[in-house]
Design a binder for this molecule. Structure first.
Ligand SMILES: NC(=O)c1ccc[n+]([C@@H]2O[C@H](COP(=O)([O-])OP(=O)(O)OC[C@H]3O[C@@H](n4cnc5c(N)ncnc54)[C@H](O)[C@@H]3O)[C@@H](O)[C@H]2O)c1
Ligand SMILES: [Fe+2]
Length: 412
């Protein structure tokens, strides 16, 4: 358009510039959200007082797993906070996957105590609870408001996470998974400000984790890595973290299940869970998590166990569109040989995942659980509503999920 006083040449230049700017419109961008600070390694927890002191924290609400508290795993943290002169209140009420009532009571406590920092201490359940408590307490919002995609509230209360399992990676994700009050449905809340400011990862806190929990949480981390690597929204940075996590888990998981006191292997697992968490939080998951959130809640199946059962079946389903990705995973699992085709490598990755599940003593089928065929259609419908489904690499229908559940239940 020529405006008064503008020569036709200027108009031409302006149109070229506008056209070029349009051509340069951002495409294929990815955002990467991570904690501002991480301290990782044996004894890292001893530094917590000093680190929170530098942040100017005066009063910490510690949202903790009951078992972890009763086992005395929080004593080093208590001493470190005392030495730094930081007040704290421990809320050791997390006994299972957090539901709305536990979150509401802790949020009230946070407001009453006027704490300026929330620290999650425990497995994914305690960390997920701490994350929503800090955000809900900052904005005086309900969980329903937090779960709305357009929720614009910001967290002003500091947030830290100390994982005691190597699985969920919740210390580095902007996600919390919450159980509805009926304890039959779980839902995912994803908000930028659920990302902790600080992650303290100390393998010394994981040495007494029982073998079954070690195996289940480790397989959760493997599922994060495989789903993030193949997710529709995956990108080079997420893929690099995810593939590296697969290799570490294949090496270290059998070791920590067989020798829980191996601190070097525990650190490798904690680092792998951290990398897999960053990968999926910034790219997405897929059908395994979309179904496992439904069956985990309905049948009280531990999250990692449900994921492990589903993982090989979902990989078989997704193989149609993921040959290249699964071939790369086979390579990291150490099951490729020269001369194998890409399809053979892809299938080898699925067999290797089955073998790893069996090696670490986890079930490979839902046979023997109290899952009902009558529920399949409702599970499938709920899975299609789960936020994780969006990033599954292959299109999925309700009939596909019902068929997959049939297979999982009929295999012994
Ligand atoms: N936020 C995320 O990004 C994310 C990702 C995946 C899963 N999740 C959610 O996380 C939850 C599962 O977390 P989890 O798998 O870590 O299990 P968990 O936190 O429920 O803990 C499992 C069991 O291990 C015990 N435990 C934890 N640490 C221990 C230790 N060091 N020694 C002895 N016992 C210990 C706990 O008391 C509990 O009985 C689920 O709700 C799942 O949906 C969240
Ligand atoms: Fe998970």
């Amino acid at each position: 358009m020529t405006t008064p006083g503008q020569s036709p040449d200027n108009a031409l230049i302006e149109s070229i510039v506008t056209h070029t700017v349009d051509e340069l419109a951002p495409r294929g961008l990815f955002n990467f959200n991570a904690p501002r600070q991480t301290l990782m390694g044996e004894g890292a927890i001893l530094k917590i007082g000093e680190m929170l002191g530098h942040l100017g924290v005066t009063h910490v609400l510690v949202v903790a797993d009951r078992v972890v508290y009763e086992k005395g795993l929080m004593r080093s943290m208590e001493r470190s906070l005392e030495r730094a002169g930081i007040e704290f209140t421990i809320y050791p009420a997390i006994t299972q996957e957090p539901d709305e009532s536990v979150v509401t009571s802790a949020t009230e406590l946070l407001t009453r105590n006027q704490a300026d920092f929330v620290l999650g201490f425990g497995g994914g359940s305690a960390l997920d609870a701490a994350k929503v408590i800090a955000l809900a307490g900052s904005c005086q919002s309900s969980l329903q408001q937090l779960a709305e995609p357009g929720f614009g509230g910001r967290r002003v209360i500091g947030l830290g996470a100390v994982p005691t399992t190597a699985g969920t990676g919740s210390e580095v994700t902007d996600i919390s998974v919450i159980m509805r009050a009926d304890r039959k449905h779980k839902y995912v809340i994803k908000q930028v400000d659920l990302m902790p400011d600080l992650a303290i990862v100390d393998p010394g806190l994981m040495l007494n984790l029982p073998p079954l929990v070690t195996a289940a949480t480790g397989i959760d981390a493997l599922t994060h890595a495989i789903e993030a690597y193949a997710a529709r929204s995956s990108h080079p940075l997420a893929k690099a973290l995810a593939i590296c996590a697969v290799q570490s888990i294949a090496e270290a998981l059998p070791v920590v299940v067989g020798n829980g006191g191996d601190v070097a292997a525990r650190l490798t697992m904690a680092t792998a869970a951290y990398k897999a968490g960053l990968a999926f939080s910034n790219s997405g998951l897929g059908l395994v998590h979309a179904i496992s959130h439904q069956i985990g809640a309905r049948y009280r199946l531990a999250h990692g166990i449900a994921n492990g059962i589903l993982l090989p079946y979902v990989m078989r389903f997704n193989a149609l569109v993921c040959q290249q990705e699964y071939a790369a995973i086979a390579h990291m699992l150490g099951v490729t040989r020269t001369g194998m085709t890409q399809r053979e490598q892809c299938m080898a990755s699925i067999d290797a995942v089955r073998q790893l599940l069996s090696d670490v003593g986890l079930p490979g089928s839902l046979a023997g659980t109290n899952i009902h065929r009558d529920d399949f259609a409702a599970i499938a419908a709920d899975a299609l509503e789960d936020v994780c489904i969006r990033d599954n690499p292959r299109d999925v229908t309700e009939a596909d999920i019902v068929q997959l559940l049939e297979e999982v239940c009929s295999t012994k």
